[in-house]
Design a protein around this ligand. Sequence first.
Ligand SMILES: Cc1cc2nc3c(=O)[nH]c(=O)nc-3n(C[C@H](O)[C@H](O)[C@H](O)COP(=O)(O)O)c2cc1C
Length: 215
Amino acid sequence: MKTNEFLKQLRHDFARQQLSKNDVLNNPFEQFKSWLDEAVEAQVNEPIATTIATVSKYGQPSARIVYIREITENGFVFFTNYLSKKGVDISANPKGCMNLFWPELERQIRIEGIIEKVPHDVSDAYFADRPKASQIGAHASRQSQPIASRKELEERIHELTNKYNDEPVPRPSNWGGYILVPHHFEFWQGRPNRLHDRVAYNKDDDSWKIVRLNP
Ligand SMILES: Cc1cc2nc3c(=O)[nH]c(=O)nc-3n(C[C@H](O)[C@H](O)[C@H](O)COP(=O)(O)O)c2cc1C
């Protein structure tokens, strides 16, 4: 089939479940965790992989996938290189948005907020727990910068592996965690005929206001 025909004809009718304002928990973090539990239970592929969108200092959005590694009472933590494209964006503009899609459950979640670095000791503890090869990879990769060849990267890995042969690998100062502190959540449940259920939470002072949205 030609690509454009395929794109026009692909249809998926969502019909598994429903969502109403009465079904959701008052706290959106608890709601997220209950949906995540269901995603894990349903063996959703990569349930903790989220798109994270950032915006450059020129107003150009970009997005990529990261793993959510911790959920605190304040937000969603992920780890990366602070000098990567996303890191450079965040230092110029801390607004960010996560988006998760769990096709097996016909669910999507959007989380908008402000991104901050986590404290050093949180990054240190997470880094110390990673496998040694990942720790060395964090040192070797100048994430998002051009590199001449794969060989160059492999040589850097080789050198670092020798260097840290018998020693613990310290966390690079340009590698660590960010936390997205949300002020908006949206929980989306696919429904037949594109009449999807959407329930959003908006932070108002210190409390969460829940609204249903048009599909
Ligand atoms: C499933 C999956 C999980 C990923 N997890 C991470 C992660 O936790 N941290 C990270 O820095 N990159 C992760 N990546 C790679 C990023 O998508 C991205 O390529 C990288 O962070 C560079 O992004 P940037 O150039 O926009 O900064 C992951 C990619 C995939 C597909």
